[in-house]
Design a protein around this ligand. Structure first.
Ligand code: CP
Ligand code: NVA
Length: 311
């Protein structure tokens, strides 16, 4: 059966651990390994929204694994002129060996996966950004074990917040999310994570969320596609900036993460994102290592088979 990666729940906890272990090895051994698991394979990166990191990290990663990345900007293709996604999925399956898809509605990622006979990777939807979380978890693990780590999410209950919620369900991290009224994460995702045993709490006050946190993280106040709401969002999120005072309430060892791009002076102050607690550049680089491990896994790597058998 074709394996897709549409959300973090597509990996069991043991598989996620094995993937992050492998990402650490790929990071350490970069440039020295002769293995080419994607030799002869083409992976399409299909973008319906802007991207810098996702495009770059997949293009470089696919290349380093011996494959050929092929980026398509959807608006320049027939998709942009309304060709149905199921037809696109069938056609892509005939040419390529995998596809990374960045789009708006999560139903579009699901629809592409439902009609593709090759692995589909969610490169960001309005609901989830699971590839980013692989890198984020790799970054946190370099500081401390995931289980027992206290994470504070400050700001919009968006695709990144939802991905942290599912990460809590798969890792034993505890998560406090602080969002203004009307911008809280989707209750069905919180409920899903809780049904899987996750320790997740949604609050309004950012100070309550960061108290004693080991990781403080946030994202832009207006995501791609929400540009029209920018003015009202600026007002709603005014008290949700991660600044030095807020970081001061976290654990003394706390690190700051942000998926990027960031808006200094809005969701984060310059002294925090450019300061000693910030790990954002390591986090961005880890996109490469974590996604190489993901690509290996989807193309049937031995280490992933062992993780599955160990379940
Ligand atoms: N973090 C992230 O996905 O960045 P891009 O939008 O640049 O791909
Ligand atoms: N929440 C942001 C993440 C960008 C990487 C967006 O969807 O635009």
């Amino acid at each position: 059966m074709t394996r897709h990666f549409l959300s973090l729940l597509d990996l069991e906890a043991e598989e996620l651990t094995a993937l992050l272990d492998r990402a650490d090895v790929l990071r350490a051994e970069r440039g020295t390994t002769k293995e080419r698991p994607l030799e002869g394979k083409t992976v399409v990166v299909l973008l319906e929204k802007a991207s810098t990191r996702t495009r770059l990290s997949f293009e470089v990663g696919i290349h380093e694994l011996g494959g050929r990345p092929l980026t398509l900007i959807a608006k320049d293709t027939q998709i942009g002129r309304g060709e149905p996604l199921p037809d696109t999925a069938r056609m892509l399956s005939g040419y390529a060996h995998g596809v990374v898809f960045r789009t708006s509605g999560h139903d579009r990622v699901e629809q592409l996966a439902a009609h593709a006979s090759i692995p589909v990777i969610n490169g960001l939807s309005e609901r989830y950004h699971p590839c980013q979380l692989l890198a984020d978890l790799q970054t946190v693990r370099a500081e401390r074990p995931l289980a027992g780590t206290r994470v504070a999410w400050i700001g919009d209950g968006n695709n990144m917040a939802h991905s942290w919620i599912l990460a809590a369900a798969r890792t034993g991290m505890s998560l406090r999310l602080a969002s203004p009224e009307h911008y809280a994460p989707a209750p069905d995702i919180v409920g899903l994570a809780e049904s899987l045993g996750a320790d997740v709490e949604v609050v309004v006050d950012p100070r309550e969320a960061v108290e004693g946190a080991h990781v403080v993280t946030t994202d832009v106040w207006a995501s791609m596609g929400q540009e029209d709401e920018n003015a009202e969002r600026q007002r709603a999120f005014r008290d949700y900036q991660v600044d030095a005072a807020l970081m001061g309430r976290a654990d003394a060892s706390a690190i700051f993460l942000h998926c990027l791009p960031a808006h200094r002076g809005e969701e984060v102050s310059a002294d925090v994102i450019d300061g000693p607690a910030s790990r954002v550049w390591i986090e961005a680089e880890n996109r490469l290592h974590a996604q190489k491990a993901l690509l290996e896994a989807l193309f049937g790597a031995q280490w992933m088979e062992s993780a599955r058998k160990g379940r």
